[in-house]
Design a protein around this ligand. Structure first.
Ligand code: ZN
Length: 302
């Protein structure tokens, strides 16, 4: 049945951004550095280090500059950040960030709640950001949030997502990301949308940002890899959610995703045992049991 299963999947680790941004316990900069180093030792090759957002709105991200100055950058790892506006991009440029994510929401309501602008206005700004980031030598991921549905609006039409992707493609981003921000995607929908985006995206790789809100996270990964998607955002322990989306907890867990891929013969370059150890260590630091499943098979949380 699998027609074009990629031989290797790249994991884009978002625990330090999406994962913790909603957590009450502030993660110290030292702990973030430890986690970044541990993840790269496990073989994770892409890590979202921070977002450059208003520190008053997202206190977990307030140390972005300090964090970037402290990260020991390995040549074989992509260190990424998310930016929402020009001010954020300028901060990222000053930190020498090599890879930025720029997003537009396919839902008008979410767009207004998240960034106080319409989707069309957000797209205009995003396209300027891509241009400016490319001018600074950065790689850019252009993402569509709520590409599979919206907690506020319900269905999001495929035509709307495709239009946004086309608008992005005129600025030649290095990657197109489809984000299931509200955790509403299902495998059939993932297949259809990825297929459609592949037809228009040309050489730009497609990545998926999935949430496990309704338990369909890994089923959606499986659907997507069968359509040739080879980059997935995952969060250690399955931590995460969007502060501006009701009930949007739980990114797909890195260890559960890696486990499924390895079990099905797909490589990730990640050492799963070390990854589970890293997840359990971080779980102890956060003082809570994470939603990930494979980390909790053999031991109980103390
Ligand atoms: Zn997310």
């Amino acid at each position: 049945m699998p027609s074009r299963l990629p031989r290797k999947i790249e994991i884009h680790e978002v625990v330090l951004r999406d994962g913790i941004q909603n957590e009450k316990k502030l993660v110290s900069t030292d702990q973030k550095i430890k986690l970044i180093n541990r993840l790269t030792e496990c073989g994770v090759q892409r890590i979202e280090v921070s977002s450059f957002v208003n520190p008053r709105l997202v206190p977990q991200m307030a140390d972005a500059e300090k964090l970037w100055s402290m990260v020991r950058r390995r040549k074989d790892v992509v260190y990424a950040a998310l930016v929402l506006n020009e001010r954020g991009l300028e901060r990222a440029m000053r930190c020498g960030v090599p890879h930025v994510g720029v997003y537009v929401s396919a839902s008008e309501t979410h767009s207004r709640k998240n960034s106080n602008v319409s989707t069309a206005e957000a797209m205009m700004e995003a396209r300027l950001l891509i241009e400016k980031a490319h001018g600074a030598g950065m790689e850019v991921r252009a993402g569509v949030m709520n590409a599979f549905g919206c907690a506020y609006e319900g269905n999001v039409s495929q035509a709307k997502v495709i239009k946004l992707v086309k608008d992005f493609l005129k600025k030649e981003p290095d990657e197109i990301c489809l984000a299931d921000t509200s955790g509403m995607a299902n495998p059939s929908q993932v297949r259809k949308l990825v297929k459609r985006v592949r037809e228009i995206a040309g050489a730009a790789p497609i990545s998926l940002h999935l949430h496990n809100t309704r338990g369909l996270g890994l089923a959606n990964v499986w659907a997507a890899i069968n359509e040739g998607v080879s980059i997935f955002d995952t969060s250690l322990g399955g931590l995460g959610g969007c502060p501006f989306i009701i009930g949007a907890r739980g990114n797909i867990a890195t260890e559960d995703t890696v486990n499924m891929l390895h079990e099905t013969g797909v490589k990730t370059g990640i050492n799963l045992d070390m990854l589970i150890e890293a997840s359990l260590q971080f779980e102890r630091y956060m003082g809570q049991k994470f939603p990930a499943m494979v980390s909790h098979l053999t031991r109980s949380h103390s």
